[in-house]
Write a protein that binds this ligand. Structure first.
Ligand SMILES: [Zn+2]
Ligand SMILES: [Zn+2]
Length: 204
């Protein structure tokens, strides 16, 4: 790594020069019962969330990670907080919501016997030196996001004729039908009628 890149990342203390999701644990391994807590706030290196709503890159987030040495590896648990920004699925207004999730996972030593837990989502294998919690945190954050973000649970969305936001326009309605729409409608009706008549002729 060249000097310039290293300097830019120097703020990620105590992870200078490294991803803020990575924790050196070389001094902890093989010492069952040993534990360590890390609390860290940092600018998010890459957006976390879904296409519709995510904690944006650069947002300040809080990551607390606790590492506890167990027989076959390190049990990791922790929490993540940050603010997600997205778009209301009905009216397209900006949606902001606090993300506050917990996560956990078992990081097995490379030589640990793989048991029945091997296939579990919460079990990972690591190199015995550094724990990387990015995947665990990402999964927890993505799972906590709403499938359709809404600015309010009862958001009424937009008028399907003019796009006005209905919550800002109580009683909004279009009572007068634009004559151009009426003309289009009658053309459409006529073509449907023509089609029906043609298919009737075919059948008879
Ligand atoms: Zn909305
Ligand atoms: Zn309208």
């Amino acid at each position: 790594m060249d000097r310039k890149v290293r300097d830019e990342r120097v703020n990620h203390s105590p992870h200078a020069g490294q991803s803020p999701y990575r924790f050196p644990v070389r001094d902890l391994v093989r010492r069952p019962g040993a534990r360590r807590e890390n609390r860290d706030a940092f600018p998010l290196p890459e957006a976390l969330g879904t296409d519709l709503i995510a904690v944006p890159e650069g947002a300040t987030v809080q990551l607390d990670v606790s590492c506890e040495v167990v027989t076959d590896g390190i049990w990791v648990s922790g929490s993540f907080q940050g603010e997600a920004i997205g778009e209301c699925g009905r009216c397209l207004d900006e949606v902001r919501r606090m993300v506050d999730v917990t996560f956990q996972g078992l990081f097995l030593y490379p030589d640990a016997p793989l048991g029945e837990d091997e296939d579990s989502d919460d079990v990972f294998v690591f190199d015995g030196e550094t724990i990387d919690v990015e995947e665990v945190v990402r999964d927890a954050v993505v799972t906590s996001m709403p499938f359709t973000p809404l600015c309010a649970p009862d958001c009424q969305g937009l008028c399907d004729q003019c796009g006005a936001r209905l919550a800002d326009n109580p009683g909004h309605a279009h009572e007068v039908l634009d004559p151009r729409w009426a003309a289009l409608q009658s053309v459409q009706d006529q073509s449907v009628k023509d089609r029906n008549e043609r298919s009737d002729e075919k059948e008879s």
